[in-house]
Unconditional design. Structure first.
Ligand code: 5GP
Length: 193
């Protein structure tokens, strides 16, 4: 029987909804180890003013697990924008629901996203942040679905490429469910997706 911490462990009540574990927790952790080394190296010569901006809510686990791996000091802030509601297709209309509390003028900003799908959300966010005159804006996305991209985006750090399936877990939801699953998983047809 699997236990919390195992790569095949799914909370009992959600087990029947899960089709497949696509990226187990241990692989996510190992990839974040690598990405943290890259971020540490890339920002080592800056002025020590790195700001991690998490896009709520899907990116919270990625942001917190990344921040705990960085050796450089960094500050943390969050933004929230409207995305899919409880559906699974992008509307293309982005609205900021929660803005930063931090003035980013002159700062190095690393935007942390859960998944880049069409890229419309990120495209809007990058343009919005750039208008505030930061020293730099880069993007770290845990997941990307390249086959779905509608706009060309400069995503500097990518965790994993995933196929065109709706994924949940490790912060990602479907109608606010499944965020706590520690892996990236696909859902069984019939779960509403
Ligand atoms: P985009 O604007 O790139 O099309 O969509 C980005 C947002 O859509 C992501 O931040 C995420 O909230 C949501 N999204 C896109 N694909 C998926 C997916 O496969 N699963 C989940 N849970 N959310 C997704």
């Amino acid at each position: 029987m699997s236990r919390p911490g195992d790569d095949d462990w799914i909370p009992e009540q959600l087990k029947d909804d899960v089709e497949e574990v696509l990226i187990p927790a241990s692989r996510i952790g190992a990839r974040l180890d690598e990405l943290a080394v890259e971020v540490d190296r890339d920002y080592a010569d800056r002025n020590g003013d790195l700001l991690l901006v998490g896009v709520l809510r899907g990116a919270i686990f990625t942001l917190s697990d990344l921040a705990r791996r960085l050796t450089l000091p960094c500050a943390i802030d969050f933004m929230a924008c409207s995305s899919y509601g409880s559906g699974t297709t992008s509307s293309g209309v982005v609205r900021i629901l929660k803005d930063l509390d931090t003035d980013i003028e002159g700062r190095d900003v690393l935007l942390v996203e859960d998944i880049v799908d069409t890229g419309l959300t990120l495209d809007y966010l990058i343009k919005n942040l750039r208008s505030r005159k930061p020293a730099s804006v880069e993007v770290l996305a845990l997941l990307t679905k390249p086959s779905r991209r509608e706009v060309d985006l400069p995503v500097r750090y990518v965790g994993f490429e995933v196929p065109d399936v709706f994924v949940v877990g490790y912060g990602l939801d479907y109608a606010e469910r499944y965020r706590g699953i520690p892996h990236i998983v696909s859902l069984r047809p019939g779960t509403g997706v």
